[in-house]
Design a protein around this ligand. Structure first.
Ligand code: NAP
Length: 243
């Protein structure tokens, strides 16, 4: 059985991706780090929609936790493998750089960039061996393309994730594994809940924030068989808010 692993699947964009994949009959592994209640709710919603899933708690930024959780999952699923990986977990700790605490620099880089490295490196060998068309989608951001004041840590992490996406795509292409990035603008989730929406949406030509389901539809396409010849791309989804 081919599974999908969605890091940060408990809330926001990851949750919407879990629901979308489940609706296509793909069993989902819903990763989270601390909000067990939200993860349980997402799993319940996946099941209520007729899909199947399971929870897998680990901190993507802790290599030991990643290794232990994924090894345990593989031991309990000897005949299954993770064919679809969505590196979605991420945090933001915004501040002007001259005031940014060192720990906030490292925390953001660790979750978004090192997390991608730990999880992907662990799953890649099997994906490459299988030659069944593995799929990796990395959740980048407009901030990683354009750079955003107050987000030097986040912009750096997401820009690096885009670079890694392009490099890894070339490493994996001959094994039919695709690697792409999605770069959302402003999307309605907990991450953007405290932003001044009425001010910021005026910057967006569509005059609104995006919905998680709109991002999930794009991720779903990039994970599909139809997207087999798309790799190394960064697809923006931002309501026309170009750089
Ligand atoms: P969110 O609502 O804050 O949800 C974040 C998710 O990531 C939660 O499921 C959280 O788990 C998980 N998570 C955070 N740190 C983790 C860690 N160390 N290990 C494992 N899981 C972790 O955020 P979102 O808006 O859905 O954002 C999802 C991704 O899209 C992020 O990478 C973000 O940078 C990117 N993005 C978002 C926007 C936007 O406008 N919302 C725009 C561009 C890019 P818990 O529930 O356990 O806390």
């Amino acid at each position: 059985m081919k599974y999908a692993l969605v890091t940060g699947g408990s809330r926001g964009l990851g949750r919407a991706v879990c629901l979308k994949l489940a609706s296509r009959g793909i069993p989902v592994i819903i990763n989270y780090v601390s909000n067990a209640a939200a993860a349980e709710q997402t799993l319940a919603d996946v099941c209520a929609a007729g899909g199947s899933g399971e929870l897998l708690r680990f901190d993507v930024g802790c290599e030991d936790e990643v290794e232990q959780a994924l090894a345990a999952w593989q031991d309990s699923h000897p005949d299954d493998y993770i064919a679809y990986l969505v590196n979605n977990a991420g945090i933001r700790r915004d501040n002007l750089m001259f005031m940014m605490p060192t720990e906030d620099w490292h925390a953001v880089i660790n979750a978004s960039l090192n997390g991608f490295y730990y999880v992907t490196k662990r799953l890649l060998p099997k994906m490459m061996q299988r030659r069944h068309g593995g799929r990796i989608v990395n959740m980048a951001s407009l901030s990683g393309i354009k750079g955003m004041a107050g987000q030097a840590n986040y912009s750096a992490a997401k820009a690096a994730l885009i670079g890694a996406t392009k490099a890894l795509a070339q490493e994996c292409a001959a094994r039919a594994v695709t690697v792409n990035a999605v770069a959302p603008g402003f999307i309605e989730t907990d991450m953007t809940a405290e932003l001044p929406v009425d001010e910021l949406r005026k910057l967006v030509p569509m005059n609104r924030f995006g919905r998680p389901e709109e991002v999930a539809a794009l991720v779903d396409f990039l994970l599909s068989d139809e997207a087999a010849y798309i790799t190394g791309e960064v697809v923006s989804i931002n309501g026309g808010l170009y750089t």
